[in-house]
Ligand binder design. Structure first.
Ligand SMILES: Cc1cc2nc3c(=O)[nH]c(=O)nc-3n(C[C@H](O)[C@H](O)[C@H](O)COP(=O)(O)O)c2cc1C
Length: 366
């Protein structure tokens, strides 16, 4: 089954991408995932000066199901890549050389400075990557340097910085949204006004994963202290689906959407596509289950398409969007359905199905 899809002029062998994070943290892991069957990858976010990035240990925390211990929520306080840009540039070149038909998207982030953003865009573009994803959404750590979600939370900054990048970019530009805002449509529209070709949603949700009742310390605990971090995994999927559907219903038709948040199975993937995503990204799922999880994604999507008679992934994109409505309309549809049912129930054909006295009583008003 052909699972390919063309988005912003780029042909993706399938819609499954590694999300920016540990699954795309260097060329070796990206190559391994391409060999395993992933259509593309958004590499770990890079900036011009990696020496400013210092990660802490531990930096992850899990929320487990009370019933079976399965991980349903995941918090991280990880920063962007701590690897030098020169190393990344070499690896971007190498990956594109070895895997010309796979899609490599560079995630970039910089301080609020036009020169720096444009320099980063130019040097990364020269390596031959297929597209950019602008990280306006990392909710912790980077914000202290006015980076990441500090930009995504302010639509005026989102528009301005996207504009800086699109001024020099010759390849498609996606803007990655933070969910830590009231109305996702505002920063997304701002990015589109700045020239973005696509929107990626969502990054992680600000969270505190729990408190250790022995030590009284909130987690993840680093030398006794913590900061709120980003929440991901299964538990965030309904929020991500809501945001993706809102974007799909409001953005211009030509703006692509890459759906992210809690995806682990083909079932999850199909939901995101039905609500308007043309590609999907998976980060925590890969960290917990490994790159081989793509086998189930491929088989499950192909099986769904065969069973439902879809011939291309494109045909599924946004298929469930017409079924969103207003609450007022739900009420009037329900009333109408009730009236219709009542009418149907009193048709002459139905008399034989019930005892005649019962049917007579049913149709009598006193
Ligand atoms: C450990 C970790 C590191 C991450 N690092 C980045 C990053 O460098 N850049 C970025 O845009 N998103 C980053 N993310 C966010 C993910 O790409 C994704 O948007 C989010 O986790 C939700 O998807 P998921 O539930 O599939 O993980 C990271 C997530 C995790 C869990």
């Amino acid at each position: 089954m052909d699972l390919s899809i063309t988005v912003n002029g780029i042909k993706f062998p399938n819609p499954f991408l590694l999300g920016s994070g540990p699954p795309g943290t260097n060329a070796r892991v990206i190559a391994k995932s391409f060999d395993a069957g992933w259509g593309g990858a958004v590499a770990k976010t890079v900036s011009l000066e990696s020496s400013k990035v210092v990660n802490v240990v531990p930096r992850y925390g899990k929320l487990r199901s009370r019933n079976n211990g399965e991980v349903i929520g995941f918090e991280n306080i990880e920063l962007i890549s701590d690897r030098p840009i020169e190393v990344w540039l070499e690896e971007f070149r190498q990956i594109k050389k070895d895997y010309p038909d796979h899609v490599l998207i560079a995630s970039i982030m910089e301080e609020y400075d036009k020169g720096r953003w444009q320099e980063l865009t130019r040097v990364v573009q020269d390596t031959g990557v297929d597209a950019f994803e602008l990280n306006f959404s990392c909710p912790h750590g980077m914000t202290e340097r006015k980076m990441g979600s500090e930009m995504g939370e302010h639509p005026d900054l989102t528009e301005e910085v996207t504009g800086w990048v699109t001024e020099v970019a010759k390849i498609p530009v996606w803007a990655k949204m933070t969910p830590n805002i009231t109305n996702i449509k505002e920063p997304a529209s701002a990015a589109v006004r700045g020239g973005a070709n696509g929107i990626s949603a969502i990054n992680t949700i600000l969270s505190v994963i729990g408190v250790n009742l022995d030590t009284l310390r909130p987690m993840p605990t680093v030398e006794g202290y913590t900061v709120p971090g980003g929440y991901s995994s299964q538990a965030v999927k309904p929020i991500a689906l809501r945001m993706v559907s809102q974007l799909a219903l409001s953005l211009p038709k030509e703006t692509s959407i890459s759906g992210i948040g809690g995806i682990e199975t083909a079932h999850d993937v199909i939901e995101f596509i039905l609500l308007g995503a043309s590609t999907v990204q998976i980060c925590t799922g890969v960290m917990l289950k490994g790159v081989k999880m793509v086998d189930e994604l491929q088989e499950g999507l192909a099986k769904f398409m065969t069973e439902k008679g879809f011939h291309s992934v494109q045909e599924i994109v946004g298929k469930s969007l017409p079924y969103f409505s207003t609450h007022m309309e739900l009420v009037s549809r329900m009333k109408e359905a009730k009236r219709h049912k009542a009418g149907e129930a009193s048709r002459d054909n139905e008399w034989a199905q019930k005892d005649i006295t019962e049917k007579t009583a049913e149709l009598t008003s006193n």
